[in-house]
Design a protein around this ligand. Structure first.
Ligand SMILES: *Cc1c(COP(=O)(O)O)cnc(C)c1O
Length: 406
């Protein structure tokens, strides 16, 4: 992979006409370590957030030896880049052949379920492979409620009384059991974990079986930009959120249990930025060479304002407008699809024009993972960039929490 000092160097020296992902490995390591230092348990990186081999390898080389996986492709990706890592198979609804592969070929011994029929599926395979259920830990996923950019409680999770029955049934069959939840992604309410812990406590007390662990899932918010025209929901910093979580864990009596977290977004969001080019400017609309069917689908569904930095093309000599005036631009994606328009604007100087570049920051989570080949566009160029998006020269045009909200 080619290496550069800044994204601006990438743009000006290679003049890319197609999107370029800038990988910042130092940021990835820092953000992973920061999480591990703050969380009082094991950290299992959620592979679906960004399963690029460079990400898995960088994490594995820097002390992450536990991965949350959901599919054969994820088992293989982890095994290939981190052969000694352990995997947690935390998808509650699994294909029988995938369960067999996990247990037999990959030696996975930790799974999640949220229904008795899933227990039946797992047990049939455990018996067929003649594995002692006592070697396997099965987490019962419980429902949670709360506000997140992505709510998942409607899809997965057993109601509390049902979870009690599932735990008892698993215990009777001889499995080790745990409780897990996943509150959704990019939580928008700091009380979310506390509510989930309260449910977990209720379930534990009713179930009356020994617990092997508590897995609190992911959901930790990453930092994005902020649209100054919208009411700003103040979220605590990760440090504050974690200190509160540690307090809640102790208060609800889970501190002595082995704990696991499955962060994705908060670890990998800042580790990539993306250079896109303005293919055409039409008034306050910018047509760029990426969009919701490629790297920007998460920002679209999650209604996330992405921090954007202007990289002007020095070849453009005459510009209209005031370069100090930062204004919102509607962003249209590369495909012919009319829904391919971002749900939030980019804030840029009013001088931006056809041919300029934009560095989009904090794009590492659910961006390359959700790319499609729709309409034949598939960004796949990677470079390594030393200077993180948030460092280096003070951007003249960087709409972020810090620079625009104040
Ligand atoms: C997606 C997912 C995660 C990661 O969520 P983030 O919000 O990216 O931290 C963790 N656990 C499970 C079960 C998931 O489905």
């Amino acid at each position: 992979m080619q290496r550069f000092d800044t994204a601006r160097d990438v743009a000006l020296s290679t003049r890319p006409d197609h999107p370029v992902y800038c990988f910042h490995p130092r940021v990835l390591v820092e953000d992973a370590r920061r999480f591990m230092d703050m969380f009082p348990g094991e950290t299992a990186y959620a592979v679906k957030t960004n399963g690029e081999p460079m990400v898995l390898k960088t994490l594995a080389d820097n002390g992450i030896d536990l991965f949350d996986v959901a599919s054969p492709a994820e088992f293989a990706a982890v095994r290939e880049t981190a052969p000694n890592a352990r995997m947690l198979y935390m998808h509650p609804v699994k294909a029988q052949s995938d369960i067999r592969l996990a247990l037999e070929t990959y030696g996975i011994r930790v799974l999640a379920i949220d229904h008795e029929d899933e227990i039946t599926k797992v047990t049939r395979i455990v018996r067929a492979l003649d594995i002692d259920p006592g070697q396997i830990t099965i987490y019962v996923r419980i429902q949670t409620k709360g506000h997140a950019a992505y709510e998942l409680s409607k899809k997965f999770g057993a109601a509390p009384a049902h979870a009690v029955e599932l735990l008892q049934r698993l215990h009777r069959t001889g499995y080790k059991v745990g409780i897990c939840f996943h509150v959704g992604s990019q939580i928008e309410d700091p009380d979310t974990y506390e509510r989930a812990l309260r449910s977990a406590d209720w379930v534990r007390n009713r179930a009356g079986v020994p617990l092997a662990g508590l897995d609190i899932g992911g959901g930790f918010p990453a930092e994005y930009g902020h649209d100054p025209r919208r009411k700003h929901v103040e979220m605590p910093s990760l440090g504050q959120l974690m200190s509160r979580l540690r307090g809640d864990i102790a208060e609800w009596g889970f501190a002595d249990l082995p704990l696991v977290a499955e962060p994705g977004r908060v670890i990998v969001a800042r580790a990539f930025s993306l250079i896109v080019r303005v293919l055409l400017r039409k008034g306050r609309r910018l047509y760029i060479n990426d969009g919701i069917w490629a790297s920007l689908s998460d920002s679209w569904t999650g209604k996330i304002t992405l921090p954007a930095r202007f990289i002007p093309d020095p070849a453009i000599k005459n510009r209209n407008g005031n370069s100090k005036s930062i204004v919102p631009f509607r962003v249209c994606g590369a495909t012919c699809d009319s829904v391919d328009i971002l749900s939030r604007p980019f804030w840029l100087p009013e001088t931006v024009d056809t041919g300029d570049w934009i560095e989009i920051g904090h794009i590492g989570a659910y961006s390359m993972a959700l790319r499609t080949r729709f309409n034949g566009f598939y960004p796949d160029t990677f470079v390594e960039v030393e200077t993180p998006f948030d460092e280096g020269e003070e951007p003249d045009s960087f709409a972020s929490l810090e620079t625009m909200a104040g």
